[in-house]
Ligand binder design. Sequence first.
Ligand SMILES: [Zn+2]
Length: 240
Amino acid sequence: MCQLLEKSEDNVKGCGSTICKRQASSDANQKWPDGTVFQYRLVGVLPGSDTATMESAFALAWEKWAQMCPTYKFQKATGNNANITISVVSSNDKDFAGGQAAGFAQKGPDAYLKGYVKFRNSALPSWSKASIHTLFLHEFGHVLGLGHSANKAAIMAPIIDKMTTIRPLTSEDQSRIKNFIASKTAAKNFYSNSNRPQTPQTPQRNSQRKPYNDNQGQNTPRDLNPIRQDESQIRHWRRV
Ligand SMILES: [Zn+2]
């Protein structure tokens, strides 16, 4: 969650620490699997911008994370294959309720290996490519799995310094994502076939059970099924 406190055009700040308690400093428990292709779907357009500008801002931001995550790819989804949704929402969106945040992102992959980023449309009166780029750079750090940094100069700081300029990742951001990817286990799609619970097996008939034979007298085999025993007792009682 990112709060935006505009003091001057050169000093727009991104993520407010008060609201960012929801986006804690802890990293995600699991990383995206090696070879993940982030296929994004863009829903909405920010004020003062357009789809092409937004997409070029995303691509420029991704190039910086890609240096640290060479097995991942980032591209626009075609058809229904999106696993990242980037949406422009109003202040009424649940992830922005009661706050002045500018952006929000799910931290790490969910159980379906999907994620999302949200921009609050009214956080800036007009969004430049630089603002979109730098906020997206921060939010995609959350998508990759990073929590906030205590270092105020870092891109992953709760309040993004100079958010209206195109900023690089700091060496701290770079080392954090490298360490995260090196140390975390890869998430699996919980709902894929390999993780789906086994279909319960049909109970087998008890092939050991011997056929009932009235002609065997006292050697009549016992029916080991307690329910059948009960039924035979009931039938017996009714006859009496
Ligand atoms: Zn944040």
